[in-house]
Design a protein around this ligand. Sequence first.
Ligand SMILES: *Cc1c(COP(=O)(O)O)cnc(C)c1O
Length: 404
Amino acid sequence: MDFDAFFEQELERLRNDGNYRIFADLERHAGAFPRATRYDGENTQHVTVWCSNDYLGMGQNETVRAAMHEAIEKCGTGAGGTRNISGTNHYHILLERELADLHNKEAALIFTSGYVSNWATLGTLGARLPNCVILSDSLNHASMIEGIRHSRADKVIWNHNDVQDLDRKLSLIDPSRPKLIAFESVYSMDGDIAPIKEICDVADKHGAMTYLDEVHAVGLYGPRGGGVAEREGLMDRLTIIEGTLGKAFGVMGGYIAASAALCDYVRSFSSGFIFTTALPPAIAAGATASIRHLKDSNEERMAQRDRVATVRARFDALGIPHMPNPSHIIPVMVGDPTKCRWISDVLLDTYGIYIQPINYPTVPKGTERLRITPSPLHSDDDVDHLVRAINDLWSQCALARQVA
Ligand SMILES: *Cc1c(COP(=O)(O)O)cnc(C)c1O
């Protein structure tokens, strides 16, 4: 078999479907977020990033950078091993304590990414809890879906954020079987928020465990950045809270926070936790500094909220349709894959505005969008430039406007 010919042919199919991914080659500027240099062949270009998940610009925060520098000088670069074989650094322990405290849980366990934390935890619990059934929200992230698949546990998909459907589906399961409900707080693409309390009520009624992915909420919601469950006073009702250190916290890594027994269990049985090199100490130090900063400081969260409200109001005044949701994610609805890609290309090439187009299969066909994430560091001029550019391109594409 001509292997490369096979790969090329499959890639060609992806290109023809318009699903081939092209990465923007960026160099982010510390101290000047959201600016970056974009590399394009021989050329470079100054751009403003409007689609980063470094939601609060913590990736360039002075305290976080200083903590990382200090840890490198103290401990060197890598961890030097798996957690079990020489790789546990004191910075990992401090980070896990910080996370347990953030979510008011007995313990926390860190992983190399949020993806791995979902995959490994759901994979381990689903495989090892005898006869377990996992109830998964229909819009759950790929990392949860893959973890559940890997566990080979029975899976029941319930309609997105539909508590009645969840209740009905739980009622059909043998009450003696262990059950785990897996869902997210803020959903990445639509920016909607789960009815956490109602889901916990249904879980209690059926004796099910709850697993909440707060990846798009930690650092951003709640008085200490503990997520939507913290804001709503519900953290103690969740069996497991999962989060990332790579989005609002601006570094990298993932974690779960739960009871000491559960964390110890996953630590002891999960392949995805055990057989991989621990995070570099500097990453753990940076994440700890970031979490501590956002526990005490509301400034970034308030400024972000202000920016989000401003961008939404400006779009409303021009009739640019964006999905109404109660979060910081602004999905501007284009509804056509070619136009969505074209607008994104022109924004980048002509206006120096970088917003990755979101097309099928990430979102359903007909709901192609620009997913905009305003940060506390986007200036009034940045907002002005963005809104004018999208307004121009909206007219050029003859896209419909929404009358207020
Ligand atoms: C990004 C994301 C993850 C994965 O987190 P990483 O730290 O980026 O690996 C998990 N869940 C959801 C909902 C996400 O959007």
